[in-house]
Design a protein around this ligand. Structure first.
Ligand SMILES: C[S@@+](CC[C@H](N)C(=O)[O-])C[C@H]1O[C@@H](n2cnc3c(N)ncnc32)[C@H](O)[C@@H]1O
Length: 215
């Protein structure tokens, strides 16, 4: 069920391109991200400590790197656009003896009724969603009033010179790995109608941020 203002249609071709890029990447994604993961670990832990349930949605679950941090007390539904990534998430869930509801899905058009979840989480996802505002609006829709949306994302840095560098490098990086370096994710959250409660710059002149928001 969708209520409220008209939503623009999903750009099917751009979404398919993203899916194909991540499908290609899926086989070596964990190895490729191995170095960064050391840095991400405390950030993931911090985010998941803030999660409350009982109903939690993780979008863009990827290969399931957040799974070790999922709290026992909540039930997680997790979606991803890319079958190859989701297959690895399934395998990781099995290894960790978790039994989440894992589904293929597009955050730009979520297949859940309004107010289905207490918390929605995305980590390093909105850099690659073709229409991030549409996706963030969907998170606002499926989270209940009084719920929360937690985002751990990299984005265009606050420092002007670094920001320019990400603008220049962006087309190459998108072609290679499907992620944008210069997304304005904080602005996008506000454009999507989210009320941003807290923003924490984590590293690299605000390139990495932890955003806490509600609808
Ligand atoms: C950089 S990976 C991050 C994976 C994971 N969240 C993590 O922290 O390691 C981005 C993930 O977002 C997924 N993704 C991209 N666009 C999406 C969309 N429109 N809907 C759902 N997932 C999407 C990709 O398939 C990929 O698995």
């Amino acid at each position: 069920m969708r209520v409220g203002r008209e939503t623009p249609p999903v750009d099917v071709r751009a979404t398919e391109r993203t899916r194909r890029r991540y499908e290609r990447l899926s086989a070596y994604y964990d190895r490729f991200e191995g170095m960064s993961e050391k840095r991400y670990r405390p950030w993931r832990l911090k985010l998941w400590r803030q999660v409350f349930g009982p109903r939690v949605l993780e979008v863009g679950v990827g290969t399931g790197k957040n799974m070790p941090y999922w709290p026992d007390r909540v039930g997680v539904t997790a979606i991803d656009l890319t079958p190859g990534m989701l297959a690895l998430a399934r395998r990781r869930a099995g290894q960790l003896r978790l039994n989440p509801d894992l589904r293929l899905g597009d955050v730009q058009a979520l297949d859940f009724p309004d107010a289905s979840f207490d918390t929605a989480v995305a980590t390093f996802v909105f850099c690659s969603v073709p229409d991030p505002v549409l996706g963030l609006r969907e998170l606002a829709r499926v989270v209940r009033p009084g719920g929360q949306i937690l985002l751990l994302e990299h984005m265009r840095p606050d420092h002007p010179l670094l920001a320019r560098i990400t603008d220049v490098l962006n087309p190459i990086v998108v072609q290679l790995v499907g992620a944008n370096l210069n997304r304005r994710t904080l602005d996008n959250a506000r454009l999507a109608g989210l009320h941003v409660r807290q923003v924490e710059g984590l590293a690299m002149a605000g390139m990495f941020k932890f955003i806490t928001a509600h609808n």
